[in-house]
Design a protein around this ligand. Structure first.
Ligand code: F0G
Length: 439
């Protein structure tokens, strides 16, 4: 725990950017659910069974088996984390001048697509941009937007569509099986590949079980398989669903494409049977995959997120509705409606929350969205959010109570929260290292 005076000093040192705080100065850390999970006794036992051979580690084959069993992709290329897989996939599929649609963007995914020479197009349904819409599948692709893009640029300039399940920046919102099926049918007819961002697909599968007609009696494991069956490949950050601290993979069906990917993984990550991971990390991820689809686990995981969200809703705090899978997203534009978008209300709200109680959250708004690569102008996405992201198997309901009380306190004091302006703005993925001062 820290005092208010400590936190004033730490926040100024960090340039009002929660990414630049030291972890030891944070009381409850809701920056991300990425790599912050607590591993189980079984996973730790697996860590002791690392086969650290350079080539052909036993743990690689355990991971390959787990991915085939639970995700159904026959070809597995391990990577150090999700963005390693995104880099390789973007390089093997994109030619300069191509166009890649997706159901909203994710920061690293879009950055790799743009670095490979593609233009990204958001084809998510309009409801996703409205924090108050209660649509049960706000992650769905708007097929009309997707088709309009393909007609405009030509199917041969669209190598693939990225479909995220769930959609992080929309608030952890799921896509429906029916929608993905329709996307896959249309894509197949036009020679466009479907690439699933499977980072939180287990959480997505749980929402399908809860909300999609006819799916109530189907297990989360089975739904996960059905989701993946509709995709030609998947990029995965094991640091989320798979309950590990590091690890990811690229899963593919086409062996020729997998050969190309293996050629690149050796350059960027490591040999194709370790991809930047220690053997023990692959073992922990293989075990985590099996644990992640257990019904009791996934119910309690999302139940905890919803416990926090419901407390905030009951107190009248504007949050993204319906509540998502990995986080509660505060509607910063609504809470700090005295600040113009140019003064980054979400960045300011995250800073104010840290100051209040030492709870660390993350800006997901205009700072994260960056600048348009062509015009150089700031991008102002419809959503200006602060993410309270819940690590898996780490915190108790009592911690959630503290978080709720702190947020409610900040909302009551909101008139005193000032806007921010850049004192340092990095060119790429600026939100990680940017610094600010109060306006
Ligand atoms: N895709 C999604 C939907 C993600 O949320 C992330 C990471 C990645 C890909 C990249 O994976 O971090 O293993 O390289 N999201 C983290 C977050 C950073 O905090 O939401 P990675």
């Amino acid at each position: 725990m820290t005092t208010h005076a400590d936190r004033v000093a730490y926040l100024h040192e960090a340039g009002f950017n929660t990414f630049l705080l030291r972890s030891e100065d944070v009381y409850i850390d809701l920056l991300t659910d990425s790599g912050t999970n607590a591993m189980s006794d079984r996973q730790w036992a697996g860590m002791m069974m690392g086969d650290e051979a350079y080539a052909g580690s036993r743990n690689f084959y355990a991971l390959e088996e787990a991915v085939r069993t639970y995700y159904g992709f026959p070809e597995l290329i391990p990577t150090h984390q999700g963005r390693g897989a995104e880099n390789i996939l973007s390089k093997i599929l994109i030619k300069p001048g191509d166009h890649v649609p997706g159901n909203m963007y994710f920061t690293t995914t879009r950055a790799h697509q743009e670095l490979a020479g593609a233009t990204f197009h958001d084809v998510i349904i309009d409801d996703a941009h409205d924090p108050a819409s209660n649509h049960p599948f706000k992650g769905d692709v708007d097929l009309a937007k997707f088709e309009a893009l393909v007609r405009e640029v030509g199917a041969d300039r669209v190598p693939y569509i990225t479909v995220s399940a769930t959609v992080n920046l929309a608030g952890g919102q799921p896509i429906s099986l029916a929608n993905l099926r329709a996307v896959a049918e249309y894509s197949r007819a036009h020679g466009i590949k479907v690439i699933l961002d499977a980072t939180r697909a287990v959480e997505n599968a749980w929402f399908i079980q809860q909300r999609e007609p006819g799916m109530a009696g189907v297990t989360v494991a089975e739904i996960l398989k059905q989701l993946c069956a509709l995709a030609d490949g998947a990029t995965m950050s094991g640091k989320k669903d798979s309950l590990v601290n590091i690890g990811g993979w690229l899963g593919l069906r086409d062996p020729r494409l997998a050969e190309k990917a293996r050629g690149l993984v050796v350059l960027y990550e490591g040999l194709h049977t370790y991809g930047g991971l220690a053997g023990r990390d692959m073992e922990a991820m293989a075990i985590g995959i099996g644990e992640s689809v257990q019904e009791d686990y996934i119910r309690s995981r999302i139940g905890q997120v919803h416990y926090l969200g419901q407390k905030l809703i009951d107190a009248g705090v504007p949050v993204v509705r319906p509540l998502g899978g990995h986080a509660v997203f505060l509607d910063a534009a609504a809470i700090l409606d005295h600040l113009p978008r140019e003064e980054f209300p979400a960045q300011a709200l995250a800073a104010a929350l840290y100051l209040e109680s030492g709870v660390r959250s993350m800006e997901r708004g205009a700072v994260s969205a960056g600048r348009d690569p062509e015009t150089g102008e700031n991008r102002y996405p419809a959503l200006e959010l602060v993410r309270l992201t819940i690590p898996r198997r780490v915190y108790t309901q009592a911690h959630m109570d503290v978080v709720a009380e702190s947020v409610i306190e900040v909302v009551e004091q909101r008139a005193g929260v000032r806007g921010l302006r850049f004192t340092y703005e990095p060119e790429l993925l600026r939100f990680f290292q940017a610094r600010f001062e109060e306006t």
